[in-house]
Design a binder for this molecule. Structure first.
Ligand SMILES: Cc1cc2nc3c(=O)[nH]c(=O)nc-3n(C[C@H](O)[C@H](O)[C@H](O)COP(=O)(O)O)c2cc1C
Length: 367
């Protein structure tokens, strides 16, 4: 098993571990910097941040570490027309608004598209890597990233998507297996058809592309890392496992929900954002899903805007039964708990070195 592969050399990684962008507040600058300092690669998930916030987060990482880090955005999407009649969706969330003492929900309005400004901030933030999900970047954006000398990473949930990303010019591809926590990155296949497990997806993509492959989805500890490397991946990208680290920005109630959850207690749902995402089953999910009417959930990103006030209020109150209260977590969540149980504290750096499957490399310190 190669200890230093092309990807690790290029990104100056000591361990083949990438902390996934965790849009929504998990990936604090402290977490991103700690991962880099420990010899992995940390990411700022910038999709929900304003350009100014992206720059501030990048600056905050830079003050903590001189190591490389990445910034990630959602590829720009065609925004669907505003739903003509959002009444049913509003009715579904209204009881939760009331419970959190928020004023009744209104038809959600979207902020103006700011991808261009977000990208400009990401390019100016001093990151070495830029990654994206939900599609393929426009050619002009790809050129802009390359012109900065940044390493470009796309996200695929099928072999065809990986091949399309390679053709578009990415330097590496993240394979997002069906187990992955958070949103599905699918863009060329039906979501349901693109639910390929990590152990199946990784070798098929490795065989189909020439660029380095980064495995993600359900990898929680050294055994998962070893398996991914054996399948031909050059690194892994872990999300849920980092959400429960000390430096993660999610509230304690959310961390506890992850640590308590069993492997059968996550599922794919559209109720949080309108786009399929894997999350721990909670009361919001079951109650909104019980209303099976197709117009009970608005299309992405309208549903995301509709549930955002609930997320913010629930986070403030440490309520785990609301959207993101049980955060989007990958399937083998109990493995994250078991890995954490072995340590009294869970600093990200400790997790990387204790999960690392390459003991010789683990002894090295980042330059
Ligand atoms: C809370 C959360 C937020 C995420 N945000 C992003 C993101 O902004 N961009 C991205 O490319 N992937 C994002 N992901 C997906 C991860 O990149 C990765 O595919 C996933 O976490 C892997 O599965 P795991 O959670 O089982 O490790 C997110 C995942 C979670 C759990």
């Amino acid at each position: 098993m190669p200890l230093k592969n092309e990807l690790m050399r290029r990104l100056k990684m000591i361990h083949p571990v990438i902390q996934a962008p965790l849009a929504g507040g998990g990936d604090t600058p402290e977490l991103v910097a700690a991962v880099g300092e420990a010899g992995g690669l940390g990411f700022i998930g910038g999709a929900y941040l304003t350009p100014q916030q992206i720059l501030e987060a990048a600056r905050a990482v830079r003050t903590r570490t001189a190591r490389p880090f990445g910034i990630s955005l959602f590829a720009p999407q065609p925004v669907p027309d505003a739903p003509k009649d959002p009444r049913r969706a509003l009715e579904c969330v209204a009881p939760f608004y009331a419970e959190l003492e928020l004023p009744p929900p209104q038809a959600p309005a979207l902020a103006a598209d700011s991808f261009g400004e977000q990208l400009a901030a990401a390019l100016d933030g001093g990151a070495s890597v830029f990654s994206f999900t939900f599609g393929i970047l426009p050619a002009t954006a790809i050129e802009a990233v390359k012109a900065r000398g940044m390493f470009l990473v796309g996200t695929a949930t099928t072999v065809d998507e990986a091949v399309a990303l390679e053709k578009a010019g990415v330097d590496a591809v993240v394979t997002q297996g069906a187990e992955a926590g958070g949103h599905r990155g699918s863009f060329a296949a039906e979501f349901e058809a693109a639910m390929v497990g990590t152990i199946s997806l990784v070798p098929q993509v490795v065989d189909a592309v020439r660029i380095p492959v980064i495995a993600s989805g359900g990898i929680m500890d050294g055994r998962g890392i070893a398996a991914a490397l054996a399948l031909g991946a050059q690194a892994v990208q872990m999300g849920t496992a980092f959400l429960v680290c000390d430096e993660s920005g999610v509230p304690d109630a959310y961390k506890e929900a992850i640590l308590r959850a069993r492997e059968h207690e996550t599922r794919l749902t559209r109720v949080f954002s309108g786009r399929p995402a894997r999350g721990i089953v909670n009361r919001f999910m079951t109650e909104v899903e019980r209303n099976a009417a197709p117009d009970a959930v608005l299309p992405f990103p309208f549903q995301n805007a509709l549930t955002r006030p609930l997320r913010s209020a629930a986070a403030r109150g440490g309520r785990a039964e609301f959207p993101d209260g049980a955060p989007p977590a990958g399937r083998p969540v109990h493995l994250a708990a078991r890995a954490r149980d072995r340590r009294s504290h869970s600093p990200a750096g400790g997790m990387i070195t204790s999960s690392c499957v390459t003991p010789t490399v683990c002894k090295e310190k980042p330059a």
